[in-house]
Design a protein around this ligand. Structure first.
Ligand code: SF4
Length: 254
């Protein structure tokens, strides 16, 4: 076993609900969300991989302190080593969580079939309309990043929302705990959009709104310095959404 593409391991009390965990970051992503701040993981490959041996040692070193491991990214489902990684985590009797953008429904189905995941958090970037989803997940802004950004623009024509719908259905029909979540960005999401997503997710276990917070670097430079939703407005929207699905809100700093 030699799993490549592991870029980081961090201790976390926030990423697996109620459990101390380690989060493992896998390189690469199938999307190019303009608001994404994981630029180094998604667009570039500046940092060397952590060798599989060192990654496993780091997890073993923490085995008495943690109860769970979170496979994140980037998009962990793109990594062919993910099932093997999760099998080893289950052998170590750890709970496992997958953070995913839902672009690989077949992988999600197989991981669930093999009972390799205990919890899934799936991003629902926008309403299930090609134009809006492509705008949120595709990054239609040309950025140079020292010439290292591979052009990977998605357009409404090239964006297939059916794969997202399929992932949502697979997860909703699964027997594990899960949440859907949207990073909400003023100007990209209208109140009505967020309500429509909640309506679409009616009957799901949980829907989380993550307020946008600007960082030093985003995939699209347009997002640097942008404001998130005012706390009161986002709480109000969540309250309305709770008619359809149990809600949580993160990032209410104002
Ligand atoms: S925010 Fe978008 S680009 Fe960034 S890791 Fe998630 S799916 Fe990929």
């Amino acid at each position: 076993m030699n799993i490549k593409g592991i870029k980081g391991i961090e201790d976390t009390l926030l990423d697996y609900p109620g459990k101390p965990a380690v989060i493992v970051y896998f390189h690469g992503c199938s999307f190019r969300c303009g608001f994404c701040h994981n630029v180094g993981l998604v667009l570039r490959n500046d940092d060397p991989d952590i060798s599989w041996r060192n990654a496993l040692e780091a997890i073993k070193d923490r085995i008495n302190l943690i109860e769970a491991v979170v496979a994140s990214g980037g998009e962990a489902t793109l990594n062919p080593g993910l099932p093997g990684f999760l099998r080893i985590m289950k052998e170590m009797e750890l709970l496992t969580k997958l953070d995913t953008n839902g672009s690989q429904p077949g992988v999600i189905r197989n991981l669930l079939g093999e009972k390799l995941i205990d919890y899934i958090a799936m991003d629902v970037k926008h309403v299930l309309e090609p134009e809006k989803y492509a705008m949120a997940a595709g990054c239609d802004t040309e950025a140079s990043f020292d010439g290292r950004l591979r052009a990977n623009k998605r357009t409404a024509e090239s964006f297939d929302v059916k794969v997202i719908e399929e992932s949502i259905e697979i997860i909703r029909k699964s027997e594990i705990d899960y949440e859907f979540r949207t990073t909400v960005v003023p100007g990209m999401h209208e109140r009505a959009d967020i309500l429509n997503i909640a309506r679409y997710l009616e009957g799901s276990k949980r829907y989380t709104l993550q307020n946008f917070a600007s960082r030093d670097e985003h995939i699209s430079p347009d997002f640097v310095g942008r404001e998130g939703f005012p706390a009161d407005e986002l709480k109000e929207i969540a309250e309305e959404c709770s008619k359809f699905v149990p809600m949580a809100v993160r990032g209410l700093s104002k």
